[in-house]
Design a protein around this ligand. Structure first.
Ligand SMILES: Cc1ncc(COP(=O)(O)O)c(C=O)c1O
Length: 396
């Protein structure tokens, strides 16, 4: 499957998606939605075919994950990520965000400190606070347009705050980092030495232009006793509405606690259509993902060049993976609320405000680039026109 497969965005104007129909879109459908992380591409044919066959069968009762889907997930991790997962480690969950809450409840106590690396996917902090734990933040180091982990700061904060858990985003949303094997291994070693449970959210693992993503268990095999990988086919194959994600939990005691907490919350059998789609995607989606990765990589290169030529005051933080672009608008000298209002009302483009991801995100915006180049160009052009109109108005 080539990059051309992803040349055109699907018209989603009547698809009931949150992206096109919720929030700002309710009042003004002319806004271009580049916010929530799902893509404007249809899932692979094989996935749609598997869903059709299941729909034809016509019975949609409570479901037990079957060997075929678990084998497909295990084989994907082996084939695409050189990582051995055992079938019995797998816990099916409806999503990573609900799973974060479940893992926090199951494996920590109210008041415990949990470390995150900011700016980061905002449900991490929200989940920690909603579960009445304390969020300890270690800001990523930002220098020469690139982010890195400040390991000294993280270790100091782990010790000073008796941190019990780390929620790690690998690859990192929103900055676009794909952490190296050395980085993942170093963090894991720090976690082990300080008796900290490491939750590695690897939902963006399949978007990796740098080809260096290393799943936690591969980077540090000793991590298995005290760590969990959380991942899903949902970002990779655009299946978020089917609500299927997987936790890889080697430690049987952790699994038991997680399952018990899920049961307390009334969370039991997974979505039949989600599992059906996951199996087909993981069994047959390799070429589709390769073409998609190419599209996303091209979108990043295109954006970088276009901004340099047309809006040199705005900078793309060069993504190493993910289809989410982290863009530096600080040179516009606007407050965060002003910048958001400007983009919505004058540019008519909806991006996620960087400040939501942590105070270090002030002046930045996250753009969802899981779409065609035409749509990306439309977003850039709208932003440029709005900036030019604003400048012109100043000089009138
Ligand atoms: C890092 C990260 N984790 C989790 C999620 C959402 O996961 P789910 O839809 O499975 O709850 C996202 C969605 O963008 C994400 O970026």
């Amino acid at each position: 499957m080539s990059v051309e497969t992803f040349e055109h965005a699907v018209d989603r104007s009547n698809d009931h998606s949150a992206k096109f129909h919720a929030g700002y879109m309710e009042n003004d459908p002319t806004i271009l939605p580049m916010w929530v992380a799902d893509m404007d591409f249809a899932a692979p044919d094989s996935v749609r075919q598997a869903l059709k066959e299941r729909a034809e069968f016509g019975v949609f009762g409570y479901t037990a994950p079957w060997d075929g889907v678990l084998d497909a997930a295990v084989n994907w991790m082996k084939r695409r990520h050189q990582t051995e997962i055992e079938k019995e480690w797998i816990v099916s969950v409806p999503g990573i965000v609900p799973a974060l809450k479940i893992m926090i409840q199951a494996l920590s106590k109210p008041g415990d400190s949990i470390l995150i690396f900011t700016p980061v996917y905002y449900p991490f902090k929200a989940s920690i606070l909603e579960e009445e734990r304390t969020a300890v933040e270690s800001p990523l180091h930002f220098e020469n347009g690139a982010y890195s982990i400040d390991f000294e700061d993280a270790e100091k904060k782990i010790r000073e705050n008796s941190v019990k858990m780390i929620i790690f985003c690998s690859p990192h949303n929103p900055t676009g980092n794909v952490w190296s094997k050395e980085d993942v291994a170093r963090l894991s070693k720090i976690a082990r030495e300080n008796n900290v449970i490491l939750i590695s959210d690897e939902i963006h693992m399949d978007f990796d232009h740098s080809r260096k993503h290393t799943p936690l268990f591969l980077a540090d095999p000793l991590s298995k006793d005290t760590s969990i990988i959380a991942t899903a086919p949902s970002k990779t194959f655009n299946l978020a509405g089917l609500q299927v994600s997987f936790l890889y939990v080697p430690n049987p005691k952790f699994r038991e606690k997680i399952r018990k907490t899920m049961s307390v919350c009334g969370m039991s059998d997974p979505n039949i259509m989600g599992l059906t789609a996951a199996q087909a995607a993981y069994e047959t989606g390799d070429k589709w993902v390769d073409g998609l990765q190419e599209r996303v990589k091209n979108n990043a290169e295109f954006t970088d060049v276009w901004l340099k030529e047309n809006l040199p005051q705005i900078h793309l933080v060069k993504p190493e993976g993910l289809y989410l672009f982290w863009i530096d608008f600080r040179a516009l000298n606007m407050r965060d609320d002003e910048l958001m209002d400007f983009l919505i009302q004058e540019a008519k483009v909806w991006l996620n405000p960087g400040i939501k991801f942590g105070k270090e995100g002030s002046g930045f915006m996250r753009m969802n680039a899981g779409t065609s180049q035409d749509v990306i160009l439309e977003a850039h052009t709208r932003i440029k026109n709005a900036i030019n109109a604003r400048e012109a108005a100043k000089h009138e």
